[in-house]
Structures are given as C-alpha cells and as structure tokens.
Design a binder for this molecule. Sequence first.
Ligand code: PEP
Ligand code: MG
Length: 309
Amino acid sequence: HLRLLRELKGRSTETRDGRKIRLYANIGRPSDVTAALANDAEGIGLFRSEFLYLESEDWPTEEFQFEAYRQVARRMGDRPVIIRTLDIGADKRVGYFDLEHEDNPALGYRAIRICLTRPEIFRVQLRALLRASAYGNIAIMLPMITSVQEVRDAKRIIEETKEELRGEHIGFNEHIRMGIMIETPASVIMADELAAEADFFSIGTNDLTQYTLACDRQNPNLGRFADPHSPAVLRMIRMAVEAAHRHGIWCGICGELGADPSLTDLFLEIGIDELSVPPAGILPLRGAIRSSTVIRDSPVIRNGAPDPS
Ligand code: PEP
Ligand code: MG
C-alpha cells in the first residue's frame, strides 16, 4: 500500500480522459509545509491563518505574520499558496480580543465580520499578506462571505492597503488573486454575483453543512442529522461549481468532505477543479482520480488553469 502511494509521487493528477484536478494541502502552521511537500501537494489550498492568532499572547504583528506567510510562499516556490484571512470568532476565542459572550457563536461575530468592522485589524494582516506575495505565489481567500457587499468592502480595503504599500515603495504582487470561501447557504444562492467579483471559489463543507442543515458542527449528538452527504449539501456544492464555471472561474473544496473517497467520483462529475485536503490525504486521492472512469469536459477558466497564479 505504501509502495503504491510512493509510486503516485511526481505523477500528474488527472482522470483517465485527461482532465486535470489540482490537489492541494490544507495547513494550519508554516511548519506543516514539510508534510505538504512530502506528500506532493500541488499547492496550499487553505492556510488557516487563525492559528497565528490563537497561539499568540497579543495581536500578531505585521512582521510576525509577514515572516510566516513568506516562509510558506518561499518553500512552495511557484506553487499556489491560498491564505485565508482571519477566521476567529466567538468559538475560536483569543484572550487579548475581548469578544462578548454569544449564545450562538456560529451565527455571530466572526471571520470577515470582524475584519470589516475592525479594519485596523484586517489591514495588519493584509499588509503582511501583500508583502509576502512578492516572495511566491500567494492568493487571498475570504471566509464566511454571505453577500456581494462584503466582498466589495473587503476589496476596497485590499485596494487601499495596496495603495499604502505603493506609497511606501514596498513591493507586492500587483496581480494577486482573491477568492471566496463558499460556506454559507447565502453564498451559494448569490454564487453568480459573487463569481463576478472573485478569481476562484473554495467550498468550506464543514461550515456549509452546519449552516445548510442547521446542525452545530461542535455538537457530537446530532449524528445522522448532520450528514454532509445530505443531498441538500451536495446540491449546494453542485450549484456553486456551476455558477463558478458560468463565470469562468475555478471552484475547489477545502472542507473535510473533499477528502472523502466515496464522493470523489461525484465531485469529478460535478466538475470540481481543485481539492484541498490534509497532506496525508493527497496521494490516496490522486490514486482515486487517476483510476476514475468519470468523463467530463474541462471548463473554460478565465484566469488560465484552475490555479490562482
Ligand atoms: C470549512 O468550513 O469547511 C472550512 C474549510 O473552514 P474551517 O473548517 O476552518 O471553518
Ligand atoms: Mg469554515
């Protein structure tokens, strides 16, 4: 079995009829890049940047974040590194951020909502991300999006931050890509409008399952009611992919469901372009994709291959 997996290293991830799927890694810490590379990740599809915040005693500085992002970008070379902006909230609490108690933290003040109402916090991260983009193939990804306005507001802050860096003669990738996490039902319903604002979609099936089925992802007692194989969730995934392709952008999955081998054929059939999974899941998925008999035409992606570069 191990030998079979080793034989998959260096191979392309494509179906038997030649359609390429990107297989990226999910990471939480810069040091996880070692495992991503050892398992032949073709990129980082989700860098959960909140670990930098959860493990700090105080707000992580621009310099600290810059070093972390740059290290990941450098080690990945040309390969894409998709960094998700801050996704803390009432369930992922940090001592130095005095968040009020909430009865329903999953429905509360978190992620992009914090970034848009406390732009001074967002700007520190954006400066670090943009500066690091000069050292590799970094893309920015926004979590918990529910409306077009949120994306426009975030883009405005990103543009202002770029302008600030230009004024200081600090280099960054002027063409940095910006993607949206599809993890709320609202974002699926608005997917056509959102696709027009973004370079790619990545579906967060953990939260999408929670919000679609009204099942708290932290509650272990919900059992079969919290089934991510529910047709409601799978239809949402299909709707997001179809909207992305109508607008010429690629769509991946970075939630846990992406690594579920019983769904690989379905995802290929739906037309998924990228799967981002924990490093250990990459080679088994590559094996499954290479032996899949699902046939499907490649979508036309406006920014080239399903790759944020
Ligand atoms: C998700 O919601 O599926 C996701 C990838 O993000 P997280 O698990 O970090 O909320
Ligand atoms: Mg999520």
